[in-house]
Write a protein that binds this ligand. Structure first.
Ligand SMILES: C[S@@+](CC[C@H](N)C(=O)[O-])C[C@H]1O[C@@H](n2cnc3c(N)ncnc32)[C@H](O)[C@@H]1O
Length: 285
């Protein structure tokens, strides 16, 4: 990594300017206690661009080259932590309860396509986990249905990693040897690639969750996973995102959020579901 050439610390005004800009572009809200965190995240970019300080960077973002630079900004400021089979009780609730019930509903509607949205999919571990489950259910629960998992994120960097589908053992730590053998090709001592049959189930796309008019174009879903991203949004953005999900779900379809995220302070049109050691939401019919 290049050594930072920036010699001026971020001033409180620069922090507020950058914070408001990021909030408007992404919905991610950095409160005052996050100033040093944000400053550190941006240092590398400032250094790569040979900029003297944060004011110059904000001017660049707001200027004619800003649109292109936004992609880099999204890469720098997002937290992309994820893993396969993350939050096992919730994944198992999806496998054992949500999937069979949602497929039943889809069949009752006369559908032959089952659609899942992994919103904020990071480097692909979440959508490929869902693909493993759907692939294993293709001759049972999902018999007669085609499955499409739409996986979206704001960061082009993690989307590129997801497209590659290559992982080390740390992110695979929750999987059993049987799952590893069934769904991955080992390509090196600590390198595993998801098999093509899983990649075929997953469509990766860039999508910013604050692109309000863009939701409709993604189509309607039987299940939406949106885990561990609502925590970065404030109440106003969370509420609009949840409304967006509500509009893109079929009646009685499912929304699964992260285990520390709750949506029931909003009047959402969802009912809360209690599974064993996990929770979920269902759109009211
Ligand atoms: C902590 S990861 C969660 C990944 C996965 N859902 C999980 O639970 O393991 C959060 C992801 O949200 C994405 N993100 C943040 N703001 C976003 C936005 N406005 N639109 C879409 N994705 C966003 C980040 O790029 C990051 O990959």
């Amino acid at each position: 990594m290049a050594l930072p050439t920036v010699n001026q610390p971020m001033t409180p005004q620069e922090f507020l300017g950058m914070r408001d800009f990021i909030y408007a572009q992404t919905g991610i809200f950095f409160n005052e206690s996050k100033q040093y965190f944000l400053e550190n995240r941006l240092l590398r970019r400032l250094s790569d661009l040979n900029l003297k300080g944060h004011r110059e960077y904000l001017e660049l973002l707001q200027g004619p080259r800003g649109r292109e630079e936004l992609k880099q900004l999204f890469v720098e400021i997002t937290t992309n932590e994820t893993s396969f089979w993350r939050n096992p009780p919730q994944i198992e609730a999806f496998q054992k309860m949500v999937l069979p019930e949602a497929v039943k509903l889809a069949k009752e509607r006369g559908a032959n396509r089952f659609r899942i949205w992994s919103a904020a999919c990071s480097s692909g571990e979440e959508p490929y986990t869902l693909a493993m489950i759907c692939h294993e259910a293709k001759d049972t629960v999902l018999k007669g249905m085609t499955t499409e998992i739409v996986a979206t994120d704001i960061s082009e960097k993690v989307l590129a990693q997801a497209r590659e589908g290559a992982y080390g053992s740390y992110t695979l730590r929750n999987l059993t040897p049987i799952q590893m053998k069934a769904h991955f090709n080992q390509t090196g001592p600590d390198a595993f690639e998801v098999k093509s049959e899983l990649k075929q189930l997953v469509t990766l796309k860039h999508f910013n969750l604050v692109d309000w008019p863009g939701y409709k174009a993604l189509g309607t879903f039987d299940v939406i996973f949106c885990r561990n991203v609502l925590i970065y949004f404030d109440e106003a953005v969370k509420s609009k995102v949840i409304k967006g999900f509500h509009e893109q779900l079929y009646p009685k379809s499912y929304l699964l959020v992260g285990h520390s995220e709750s949506i029931h302070s909003f009047n959402t049109g969802f009912e809360l579901l209690h599974f064993s050691k996990a929770m979920g939401y269902r759109k009211r019919g």
